[in-house]
Design a protein around this ligand. Structure first.
Ligand code: TXA
Ligand code: MG
Length: 353
């Protein structure tokens, strides 16, 4: 069922004993009743429902318009919940949990059949994470259940980093939205597969490969993330995502080359938008420039990326240009999202790239 009214709660993330606040208890009650509500995590807002209820999971898929072959992440509030749902906790997974939970890391385990097959989309594995956000943790604790939560956007839209973004996409389609302020990281969690000997990154995200390697040594990266003809191991990675309202074109080259692409598009009569780092601000001829932070400060760029992609209204511009980033640290997640938003459209200054 689609709700006519979406309740709006506001919660101060800094108050003590959040688990017992009226707003959290109300929101958690909806989860207990198998309805779905949105809440902040440290990465992006999630759309949460009881992971043990097919009814709740159906509502999540309906509200988002999400393909049912794309499994959900199960969110927990304490490490000991993991063993209820998995066949085993491999040593490397345990090391990652100890090092990075709560935090922006989702771990894929072999499941033991306890959870709904709707959550896992019929796979033999389940993705689990403990978010590092007091509001998310309080809701999961108060609900007393594992909470399945994809990002709280309509499928194909940029993930929400504020409650206002969730309202834009899901008002009237879900029971409620808990506003706990802006999220911190700005891109989703890193998804790693721990079911084989070597840990493999299936989706780059808020926790960097470099940090993961410090905890468990060399990790693999799903080849499908860089090679177009490979099927990704994480089902969600095959869909076009994060689409802004106009085509996005990535530009690999220096600042002058970037500015030239914008000049050329304008000369051909297009209304042009641009995502610009601070060093380019005011230098392009774009009709609308949206700043995404200092080029060297990838944490800020990650925080600004989705709001920037959302900031172009329908028909406001005909095309949006953005420069590429180096693919290390948070740059891997930023470039993964930019490439998907651009649907592969990239212009290289030097032909041989
Ligand atoms: O930061 C995040 O992870 C946010 C917040 C709300 O926690 N959630 C999120 O969920 O990004 P979602 O549903 O938008 O993305 C989940 C990703 C998808 O790419 C999905 O295919 C993958 O995780 N996934 C889920 N279960 C999986 C599994 N068993 N094996 C491989 N990939 C899986
Ligand atoms: Mg998502």
């Amino acid at each position: 069922m689609i709700n006519d009214k979406t309740i709006a709660w506001t919660v101060d993330r800094n108050v003590d004993n959040l688990t017992f606040s009226t707003e959290i208890l109300e929101a958690a009650e909806h989860i207990k009743q198998n309805r779905v509500i949105a809440f902040p995590t440290e990465t992006v807002y999630g759309l949460g429902g009881n992971a043990e209820s097919d009814e709740a999971i159906n509502l999540i898929f309906q509200a988002k318009g999400r393909p049912s072959d794309n499994p959900l992440i199960v969110h927990i509030a304490s490490e000991d919940q993991v063993e209820r749902y998995v066949e085993e906790i491999p040593n490397k997974a345990k090391a990652l949990m100890d090092a990075f939970w709560p935090g922006p890391l989702t771990i894929v385990f072999r499941h033991n059949g306890t959870l709904s097959t709707k959550v896992t989309a019929g796979l033999e594995t389940v993705a689990i994470r403990m978010p590092d956000h007091p509001v998310a943790l309080a809701i999961i604790e108060a609900a007393g259940r594992p909470v399945a939560a994809p990002s709280a956007n309509r499928s194909g839209r940029p993930s929400p980093t504020t409650a206002a973004h969730v309202h834009e996409d899901l008002s009237g389609r879900i029971a409620g939205i808990v506003d706990g302020g802006k999220t911190g990281v700005g891109v989703e969690s890193t998804v790693v597969d721990c079911t084989s000997q070597d840990v493999m990154i299936l989706r780059p995200g808020g926790l960097t490969r470099e940090a993961i390697e410090q905890a468990v040594g060399k990790v693999l990266v799903d080849p499908a993330l860089t090679e177009i003809d490979q099927a990704p191991r994480s089902p969600g990675m095959k869909y076009t995502h994060y689409a802004p309202t106009a085509p996005l074109i990535l530009v690999e080259g220096d600042r002058d080359f970037f500015c030239e692409q914008i000049d050329d598009a304008k000369a051909s009569g297009k209304k042009v938008g641009a995502l610009v780092t601070d060093d380019c601000h005011g230098l392009t001829t774009a009709h609308k420039e949206v700043r995404i932070g200092p080029r060297a400060d990838l944490s800020t760029v990650a925080q600004q990326l989705y709001p920037a992609l959302r900031s172009f209204a329908k028909n406001e511009v005909d095309v949006i240009f953005a420069q590429v980033f180096p693919e290390s640290d948070l740059g891997s997640a930023i470039m993964n999202r930019l490439r998907k938003a651009a649907g592969g459209m990239i212009i290289h200054q030097h032909e041989n790239k």
